[in-house]
Design a protein around this ligand. Sequence first.
Ligand code: PLP
Length: 417
Amino acid sequence: MNEQKPIIAVGLASQEFPMLQDVACRDRNGRPFHYLDSAASALTPESVLRAMDGYYRQYRCNVHRGMYDESARATEEYETARAKVAGLLNATSEEIIFTRGATESLNLVAYKIAPQLGPGDEVVISIMEHHANLVTWQQFAKQYGFKVKFISLKDDFTLDIEEARRLIGPQTKVVSVMQISNALGTVLPLTELRNLARQNGALFVVDAAQSIGHRPVDVKAMDCDFLAFSGHKMYGPTGIGALYGKREQLNALNPFLYGGDMILEVTEEDSKWNELPHKFEAGTPNIAGAIGLGAAVDFVTSIGVENIEKHERTLAREALNRLTTVPGLKIYGPSDEGLDRGGVVSFNVEGIHPHDMTDILGGEGVCTRGGHHCAMPLMRRLGLPGTTRASFGLYNCEKDIEALHSAILKAIKTLKA
Ligand SMILES: Cc1ncc(COP(=O)(O)O)c(C=O)c1O
């Protein structure tokens, strides 16, 4: 019988990443480099580096202002990048606001919506939320007197949708949730949450930091009011991301920051705002970052977001299969059986602190992350100091999982000796 080669024998397009010398998973200096920290930040391919370098070398001028070729080119490339992001999300360009990343995008929404809320109003989020979507609402709740309600987890690490049905009601003004948990890999039931938000006239906000570039995301099908993400988690540069907002929602909001570019007319007494999306982009933007993000969109679409999703899913399945055979190891996240999940595998080994585990793995060239993953309330609910998290990108392959597995066994031997 012909033995089928597993699709994870090699990573997708791993040769495109300067930090990964080749599919043997070594770095430029020939040291083992098993990068399993893509949920924190995904590596950058050549095409993204080239796009940013091209801007700095050939037309590094400001946008929207200059009446000369280089500035016109900068504007064109910057706006083309916006159109690429819009295309990836099935949005229109005017609905895409460039920000520093998911954190700033989520803050923008909260800064603008929270002042409209007050005592008696509620914002519903999940207990899994990243601090970027939790601390923001929590702090504004103190300032404006509304309440934040948390939807909890079930024992299988999926969202307790029954509790969501109980919590979301006419008093709910915003439902703001992540699409995929960065700490557990749980995929949240967005359609049902959106329906609950709509039935109660609440805004629906999605933190897509872990999903854009990892699975298809269509804001029209999702019917969200706002959606936030970061470029660096989808193979783009750091310091750039975007906020998608439905045109009518963005039009209803006042600007976030004041300054150049976001105005049409200024007098001593008052100002008129520029049209979308410029109304929300005060000052000189991260031009190289936006152009790099546009190149990252080209990169993921050339591979196929569906292919990336399939690949990461296969890697997660393989990692779950291997890791569950390790004595004393517990996985924190949905099983692969019949549940949708992202490419994140969180675990602890009985009697070993996640920082110690992560430290030893790092020494073996296996790059994971240990700690609370910016989800302290979640860790508290789970009664954990944190977890060790392995997260996959399109460049990972079977060798990375083998290396993870053997480094965990080594850590156990060392720490339990
Ligand atoms: C789910 C989620 N939301 C928000 C963020 C914040 O992203 P950034 O730090 O790029 O703004 C992260 C980062 O890990 C995340 O995983």
